[in-house]
Design a protein around this ligand. Structure first.
Ligand code: HEM
Length: 574
């Protein structure tokens, strides 16, 4: 816990004064002065010769004991501070925290699974210490409601690591902004302008172009005559990834950096390098982030961050200028986010940093999440051939075998929608959402959450809680036909997009894209495991990280099931 979050204790202040200024008596050896003279007489006779000697002796002893004293004082302060916190706050229970590092070394790499295990032992609300920072994790739907509804406003800040602070210019974007007037303003821009139903509809052709391009490329790779590819297994991510990448770059920047031959242009390569470098820089500080006084050992690579920021700004400005020029040349504003933000800049008083920050937020938040959702859904569909077949029967019944699916069909495909929902229930791409930070002292589940603590909702554990889900680990989309469960923040049993003030603004876009990708993959192909792998042998564990990719990327075999003329990309130029 950072001290300013809770406020200095008078006990600690007293302790610091007493322990650091003079060594305690018990730690000093008795004075030994080489003179048999009684002290009184000594004062009288040779004050001017003995006094300096005594002073030197005192200084020497003080110096000798100083490191030891500092160590003891630090430990004592830490203990007193902990005790003070314990007495002042009733914190949630949790695993025993070690001095300095807290629970950092006990946390297993796949955090949400580790927290779920701890929740079994300590209860649905637990304290986990990252160094000196208190993290509270809640793992059931009632507590999720308390966090995301009843105390939503007090728990709507973000913890910005040093790298997040650098990337976001101290929260001038949306993702890393604390809750306040700036956040309210940019959130309004997102809700009313960027993710409005009208704009989502206007950008639909881009999504359909990319999804049909995926189908074409899968067909090429699984049937290409001559190549030894027939019946060969495909790496599913290789086909789903480009849909998400191209969709997001076109939506945000109006750019498809990759041509129809799959070659990426120079700007695209620069874009990719910036994304990769951002990930590298972001990860490099992780440990030191949680132990403030250790940070001097891990100085922020100021120069590397400055270079990264300048590179990102240069590319984004160049793209912004291209769009401004195109608008001035005529043809009016396009629908891409960059155009929307530039034309709304004055209306909403948006700084250039905010525009750049928002554009990159969409890239960061909107790319991996959709890929992860589709990859897990496909793994479940391959493990559950019954579900796959049922979804295909629905697609054949509603769409037939003579045309391809469109997003407008989704409303007539309830089983397909349930498949997407069930995949997001069992495999939320951000299993701990993004941490929220308390901007005031609050109470959750009867426990104190002091200002400055981070609060995580383990949406993965909530969605598998046997108290609210029947057969929670079973992939059974029918459950959503039997009971309509909202997944956009109204039902606290299912929260893949979060809920409340900070709910994902791209939720509808994400749902559309994921459902459309799944629909196309199932309508056009039958999917079976890679050769020699049984469905039940597919590795269903996750990679560590903020987002939960499959630990072993999914390999599968695709067999076409529609007439060959339906596998062509439907390219659009918007
Ligand atoms: C299946 C796809 C997606 C899932 C599961 C998902 C999930 C989430 C979650 C759990 C959060 C954190 C909510 C919180 O802090 O309480 C979030 C935030 C966010 N998401 Fe998504 N997301 C998806 C797709 C997208 C897309 C496509 C975009 C944009 C193009 C997007 C943009 C954002 C942004 C900007 C935030 C930050 C909101 C804030 O801090 O106020 N997401 N998302």
């Amino acid at each position: 816990m950072c001290p300013d979050a809770i406020g200095p204790s008078p006990v600690i202040l007293w302790f610091v004064r007493v322990t650091v200024s003079v060594p305690p008596k018990c730690m000093m050896k008795p004075w030994k002065i080489d003179s048999p003279t009684p002290l009184l007489y000594m004062d009288f006779v040779s004050t001017h010769t003995l006094l300096p000697k005594i002073k030197i002796e005192i200084r020497k002893r003080k110096e000798m004991h100083l490191p030891l004293l500092i160590t003891i004082s630090v430990i004592a302060i830490a203990l007193a501070y902990k005790l003070y916190q314990r007495l002042r706050f009733k914190l949630p229970p949790g695993p025993r925290a070690w001095p300095v590092v807290g629970n950092l070394y006990d946390i297993k790499p796949v955090r949400f699974r580790c927290y779920a295990e701890w929740a079994q032992a300590y209860g649905p609300i637990i304290s986990v210490w990252f160094g000196s920072t208190l993290n509270v994790i809640v793992s059931n739907s009632e507590l999720a409601r308390e966090v995301l509804k009843e105390n939503d406003q007090q728990l709507a800040d973000r913890h910005r690591s040093r790298s997040a602070a650098k990337f976001s210019r101290d929260g001038q974007d949306l993702i890393w902004a604390d809750y306040g007037p700036h956040y309210v303003k940019v959130r309004k821009v997102c809700t009313l302008e960027l993710f409005s139903p009208k704009r989502l509809e206007a950008l639909r052709p881009i999504r359909e172009d990319e999804v049909t391009a995926m189908v074409e490329s899968i067909l090429n790779d699984c049937t290409n005559p001559g190549a030894d590819s027939k019946g060969k297994s495909l790496l599913v991510k290789k086909y789903v990834g480009p849909v998400a990448f191209n969709n997001i770059t076109r939506l945000a920047f109006g750019k498809r950096f990759v041509n129809s031959e799959g070659i990426m242009d120079e700007q695209g390569q620069e874009f990719r390098a910036i994304v990769a470098n951002g990930l590298k820089l972001g990860a490099s500080l992780a440990m030191a982030e949680h132990i403030p006084w250790l940070r001097w050992m891990f100085p922020l690579e100021e120069e590397a961050f400055a270079k990264h920021g300048a590179r990102r700004d240069r590319l984004t400005r160049a793209i912004m200028e291209e769009h401004t020029l195109a608008r001035h040349k005529g043809g009016g504003a396009k629908q891409h986010f960059v155009d929307a933000l530039l034309t709304l800049q004055d209306k909403y008083d948006l700084s250039e940093d905010t525009i750049i920050g928002l554009l990159w937020d969409m890239i960061t938040a909107g790319m991996d999440t959709t890929v992860i959702s589709v990859e897990w859904a496909m793994a479940e569909l391959i493990r559950n051939p019954r579900v796959q077949q049922k979804a295909q029967e629905e697609l054949d019944r509603v769409i037939g075998l003579e045309r391809v699916m469109s997003e407008t069909d989704i409303s007539s495909l309830p089983y397909l929608q349930s498949v997407a929902k069930e995949a997001l229930r069992l495999h939320p791409p951000t299993p701990l959402m993004l941490p929220h930070r308390a901007n005031a002292n609050v109470k959750i589940g009867g426990y104190d959450i002091p200002k400055g603590s981070n609060v995580h909702v383990n949406v993965w554990a909530v969605a598998r809680d046997p108290a609210v889900w029947k057969d929670p680990n079973e992939f059974r989309p029918e459950r959503f036909l039997e009971e309509d469960v909202d997944m956009k923040g109204h039902d606290f049993r299912l929260l893949p997009f979060g809920a409340g003030r900070r709910i994902c603004p791209g939720a509808q876009l994400g749902i559309n894209l994921v459902t459309s990708m799944l629909g196309h993959l199932l309508h056009h192909f039958c999917w079976t495991p890679a050769e020699g792998v049984k469905p039940e042998e597919i590795d269903m564990l996750e990679n560590p990280g903020l987002v939960a990719f499959m630990r072993t990327p999914l390999q599968a075999r695709a067999t076409p099931r529609l007439p060959s003329h339906l596998y062509k990309r439907v390219a659009v130029d918007i």
